[in-house]
Design a protein around this ligand. Structure first.
Ligand code: ZN
Length: 413
């Protein structure tokens, strides 16, 4: 039996209320720094204050609510996630982790239970990275992983990050002050929806996350020769789009058939001049590989370079491969996984281990603190969509495990 029961209807009510902010016909629009995101942040701050948390915004724009511990000199145990969404996203991605963290604090308050460690609820800003094409901005600011390139990034209209940060109470000129040192946090726990189909298919209520996927992103540019679509014989063409199409299929096979890495996706394609009566002289594709095993990502890059070299020879085109990003996978230690499993068992829930195929704030915070993640099922495995749904019962189960996990860590750390 868990020590205390969280209030499931209160949790689901806050999720519902947050889900009204930015709710639009196609899905949730709380893209970071938008008025809707700010409304969601204000709602979160109000809830944190009602839960008795001493609430502040750091220079990176993260919302941090703190509750004193009975041994307050100890490092804090932090619970959190994010409330920003992708455009036309869902109601649960990120939101569940923040609302559940606040519910955990409310339950402790109701029970008059003071933990030994100070507690922090952290709502990280700009996890999704939509506007400036840079993600995990709040959590990377806190863990010291933010780079100058992130600060210099412009949105699609050429605007910089500074004014956006000011709008949410941050300060780009002092963003370095948001960095926290290793040892300041005893642990960071994040509850999140799975965003994949595995728990839903198996009917298991709790997922113990074994690691967060690594990701390698590439752009491949192909140069052929533009020419007249009516007069140029098939045998003499150097059609860049045809070469790109071959690469799309080859990349898909790398995961689907060759099993070089867990998943491989070509997500964007451009043809120039993109006119129906011109043989495409140039084409480019944007693609990514994901795996928790970094050797698998290295093998995928090796294979990508092999097939692009081959395509250049076969098709008489020039091919350039640019590696844009190579995000390391983050393993979660066996000790932290065991703690989540123990918390699940104490709450009476079955659990299963699984890797996270999506990125999360926990992967950035892992640079400064031990982290663990708890997953709950996503109905039909759908996420980043209006159809994203986790049942009220699953959300409550996750919050219950989060509370038990915190209490176990508070006893032992
Ligand atoms: Zn998320």
């Amino acid at each position: 039996m868990p020590r205390y029961s969280i209030n499931a209807s209160r949790l689901n009510q806050t999720l519902e209320e947050l889900g009204h902010l930015g709710d639009s016909p196609g899905g949730m629009d709380r893209v970071a720094y938008s008025p809707e995101d700010i409304a969601g942040r204000d709602y979160t701050i109000k809830l944190m204050q009602q839960a008795g948390l001493d609430t502040r915004i750091d220079t990176a724009g993260n919302i941090i609510g703190r509750r004193a511990g009975s041994e307050d000199q100890r490092p804090a145990i932090a619970l959190g996630s994010h409330t920003d969404t992708v455009p036309k996203g869902g109601k649960y991605d990120g939101a569940l982790g923040v609302m559940a963290a606040i519910e955990v604090v409310l339950t402790l308050k109701d029970q008059g239970h003071q933990t030994r460690h100070p507690l922090e609820v952290i709502s990280f800003t700009n996890e999704e990275g939509t506007r400036f094409h840079r993600w995990l901005v709040g959590s990377r600011s806190m863990s010291g992983l933010l780079e100058q390139d992130d600060l210099d990034a412009k949105d699609d209209n050429g605007h910089g990050l500074g004014p956006c940060l000011a709008d949410i109470g941050g300060d780009i000129s002092r963003i370095g002050e948001a960095v926290r040192s290793p040892g300041e946090l005893a642990a960071y726990f994040e509850l999140h929806i799975e965003q994949g189909p595995y728990l839903y298919q198996s009917g298991t209520p709790i997922g113990v996350v074994t690691g967060i996927t690594g990701r390698a992103v590439f752009e491949v540019e192909i140069e052929g020769k533009a020419n007249h679509a009516g007069t140029t014989p098939m045998s003499t063409r150097r059609d860049a789009l045809v070469s790109a199409a071959k690469l799309v299929l080859a990349v898909q096979k790398m995961a689907a058939e060759q099993e070089i890495c867990r998943v491989s996706t070509v997500g964007s394609i451009k043809a120039i001049p993109n006119a129906v009566n011109v043989i495409p002289g140039s084409a480019s594709i944007g693609l990514e590989f994901r795996d928790t095993d970094m050797q698998a990502l290295a093998a995928a890059e090796h294979e990508l370079r092999r097939i692009t070299d081959q395509t250049a020879v076969d098709d008489g085109v020039d091919v350039a491969v640019h590696r844009h990003r190579f995000t390391s996978s983050v393993p979660i230690t066996p000790e932290m996984q065991a703690l989540v499993a123990e918390a699940s068992v104490n709450c009476g829930f079955d659990w299963e281990p699984l890797p996270s195929g999506a990125g999360h704030d926990a992967q950035a915070i892992a640079a400064i603190a031990p982290v663990a993640m708890v997953f709950v099922p996503s109905v039909d495995g759908i996420s980043h969509s209006q159809e994203e749904y986790s049942t009220p019962e699953d959300c409550a189960n996750g919050a219950q495990v989060l509370l038990e996990l915190l209490l176990l860590a508070d006893d032992r750390f």
